[in-house]
Ligand binder design. Structure first.
Ligand code: SF4
Ligand SMILES: [Zn+2]
Length: 355
């Protein structure tokens, strides 16, 4: 059922997109970040590919993700990817310690999405760069096997190679039925174990992405699921956690529900609750992504506190500390929503209509 809906929404969205060249689909930026060795900076790069195989399949992809709309939808030649990557790398100075985060809108380890030749060029070039400490990329669990990980690590020299997996939640019903992710906890555990086994020979790590507030999940459950997922992921053996609060992407099932008043992105208060509870219960580093904060499509509280709280969360990410106490009148509305959220599920309550 969810696959059919996701696939229908996806097909509709793909009909609307204007074709872009691989070069236009690429992007890069640099920002302060937390490395395994402490504060440093991260170079983010988006490299063009055909798109995520899961989203291109009849399964229709995940209900919150629109990356396929930013993909080339045809295979991209290795030589073209290499040229784009080389141009990005030569446009930055690498005087400080840096993590390089490669985003391919899918799985870097799937050769059908990302050509092997391009992968080998990228990892060997980064492996030879003095101030690059970490090479980070994403993959679905089904592409994480001994051979693929070993191949990357051998090229990366002494750099940390971190593989990020979109676990999203430890609740299998939520992952299968609400997110349409298409893999189980045991698939995730196998992938993390493969990475952990290779730690004997290489500097390799794993990270779990945790989605905060998938569709059809109440505000209260969203907080509880995010915290229990962090505890679960640490137990399985991941080295780092990254919470991704939902933002409403165009052309997704999440957007359809949001447009109809049946979905509201998480409150920033919920995210603070998640960070502070996670810090008490989990010892691996945990980051809360702050993109889209304060917009109607992203996490928001009220105009008075959105900006301050975003700053506090960024600080708590870099220092791995708690978010300090803060008061704003909208907090009581959030508390009320938590209390009644099992009844309202994740609907978007328009307070102005009731006052
Ligand atoms: S979240 Fe990941 S696996 Fe799911 S559709 Fe997007 S890119 Fe593919
Ligand atoms: Zn407020």
């Amino acid at each position: 059922m969810i696959s059919k809906l996701a696939s229908r929404t996806r097909k509709k969205a793909l009909k609307k997109i204007k074709p872009k060249s691989p070069d236009e689909l690429s992007a890069s930026w640099i920002q302060e970040d937390l490395l395994y060795s402490g504060k440093g900076r991260a170079l983010f790069m988006i490299l063009p590919t055909i798109g995520c195989s899961w989203a291109l399949s009849e399964a229709g992809g995940c209900t919150m993700c629109s990356y396929i709309s930013d993909s080339f939808l045809e295979p991209v030649e290795a030589s073209e990817i290499i040229e784009i990557f080389d141009n990005i790398i030569s446009s930055y100075e690498f005087e400080e310690k840096t993590a390089v985060k490669i985003f391919t809108s899918g799985s870097f380890l799937n050769p059908e999405e990302f050509p092997l030749e391009a992968m080998e060029h990228i990892i060997s070039r980064l492996g030879a760069m003095e101030n690059v400490e970490e090479i980070i990329f994403e993959s679905r669990p089904e592409y994480i096997n001994q051979e693929a990980v070993r191949r990357c690590c051998e090229l990366a020299g002494d750099k940390i190679v971190e593989i990020s997996i979109g676990l999203e939640t430890c609740n299998e019903k939520t992952r299968m039925i609400k997110i349409n992710k298409g893999f189980s906890n045991s698939d995730f555990e196998m992938a993390v174990n493969t990475i952990s086994d290779l730690k004997r020979d290489f500097n390799v790590r794993s990270k779990a992405y945790i989605l905060v507030k998938p569709i059809l999940v109440s505000e209260k459950r969203a907080v509880e699921e995010a915290v229990s997922t962090a505890i679960y992921a640490e137990k399985v053996g991941v080295d780092r956690l990254s919470f991704c609060p939902s933002t409403v992407h165009r052309g997704t099932l999440m957007e359809d529900l949001w447009r109809n008043g049946s979905y509201r992105p998480p409150w920033i208060w919920s995210l603070i609750e998640i960070i502070n509870r996670t810090r008490e219960k989990v010892s691996v580093p945990a980051i809360m992504d702050t993109s889209g904060f304060g917009t109607s499509r992203g996490p928001y509280n009220c105009k008075k506190c959105n900006r301050d709280l975003k700053k506090f969360i960024i600080r708590a990410n870099l220092d791995q500390t708690l978010v300090p106490p803060y008061e704003c009148e909208c907090r009581s509305r959030w508390l009320a929503e938590l209390k009644f959220s099992e009844t309202t599920a994740s609907t978007d309550i328009k307070y102005s209509e009731y006052s």
